[in-house]
Ligand binder design. Sequence first.
Ligand SMILES: *[C@@H]1O[C@H](CO)[C@@H](O)[C@H](O)[C@H]1NC(C)=O
Ligand SMILES: *[C@@H]1O[C@H](CO)[C@@H](O)[C@H](O)[C@H]1NC(C)=O
Length: 470
Amino acid sequence: MEALRSLGQLVLALSIFSHLSLLAYSSSTQDLQIISAERRIDLTSHIVKVFLTLKVENPGTSPVSEVLLAFPPTQVDHLASLKAAITVGKKKKKSYVPLEVNPTELPDAPNGAKSFTISLLNPLNAGETATLEVLYILTHSLEPFPEEISQSESQLVYYRDSAIILSPYYIKQQTTFIRTPSTRVESFTRVESTDRAGSEIKYGPYKDRSTYSYSPIIVHFENNNPFAVVEELVREIEVSHWGNLQITEHYKLAHAGARHKGIFSRVEYQSRPHAGGVSSFKHLLARLPPRVHSVYYRDEIGNISSSHLRTDYLRSDLEIEPRYPLFGGWKATFVIGYGLPLEDFLFESPDGRRYLNFTFGCPLAETVVDKLTVKVVLPEGSKDPSAVVPFSVEQHLETKYSYLDVAGRTVVVLEKRNVVPEHNSHFQVYYTFNPIFMLAEPLMLVSTFFFVFMASVAYLHIDFSICKSS
Ligand SMILES: *[C@@H]1O[C@H](CO)[C@@H](O)[C@H](O)[C@H]1NC(C)=O
Ligand SMILES: *[C@@H]1O[C@H](CO)[C@@H](O)[C@H](O)[C@H]1NC(C)=O
């Protein structure tokens, strides 16, 4: 009974506490205002990049340590990357310090708007200002219209957004610039203060907009950049302590632009390369590390020889050419494989563990990966693997058996959806390894030979003849 009562008190205390913190929280969101905001939306590729510069001020009385960002629900679904940094120093000594960004729930956000918090390094005191740089990337956000085009037509797409920046704060002054790949803009929504010059559309400046203001706009424009989407990519990185790192990459590539209609004419394609199939793509560039060797590129039919490799001491560029050019809606499945010197990627950490330091993401330039799986196959006998990745990924372990394996190899599997070139940063896989296991394979080989040898000796000495016994 006594225990039950104290439990009741605890629950009461907890619920009061959570209410209090909620109150404190919602009041802190009102405590900032944006003095000026500038947004630059880059629509020149199929990956939409948005640069946002916010000058925030704390007009309140208590310090604020978080700045909130809001996104319409349709954008959050396509948000591949969101980064923020704070500007420190002035003019020439200006530098950017990255800040942590996390999703959050705001009870008072209208129409399903989703929020993120940027955690400041030092709380912003009353009356102080700070300048933040935000970069976010949206995938699958350009909708082809018309949905189907013939070989000779150019590709047109829609982009939807708001002329006014969605924000939980009052914004004193703001401007949005939208950059299109060419000057061919079929149409764009005109609201107050809309301007267009060349390949740039300007919305604003707008003054004194209240929290969560929104003004929908649509831009319809030409975009013939390769809409290269890898629907699925599996990268296997196999560590061999005998000095090699073997990479095998399985691609399911698609052209995610306007679907191709009618028949494909190779004659027209080849005779008028600029007029026919402007939105199709023929070449792909894979950026590989320097010092690659044994590079191959094959599809289900066999090796494809039309690839060019250029290497220098910084990187290797592999230009690959699928068997046919890709038009909207078409797909290609292929495998790229290569070897790398182990000493460039495997190191020993101060605590004695070994670690692989390699790049995450997809080596193909300007490509979206809908689902990426990175498998790091550790040598047999490796223990306690752990992965360090600079963004959230799903992780699990598998075991792989190959030729001469007894216990199998531990495979660290990392999975991520909606991957863009910004995810091509380094990640590490740490593990412990007892060098005695280096001897396992040679010992196996030796003992196998020994066994075969003994068996053949025995065989030669056994007399199988039937005559003798009779
Ligand atoms: C394909 O190329 C690789 C590397 O050059 C080679 O090892 C392999 O034997 C080739 N396969 C076929 C089927 O030609
Ligand atoms: C991984 O490699 C990159 C590039 O060489 C380097 O900048 C980074 O410091 C390395 N990380 C670790 C933990 O060694």
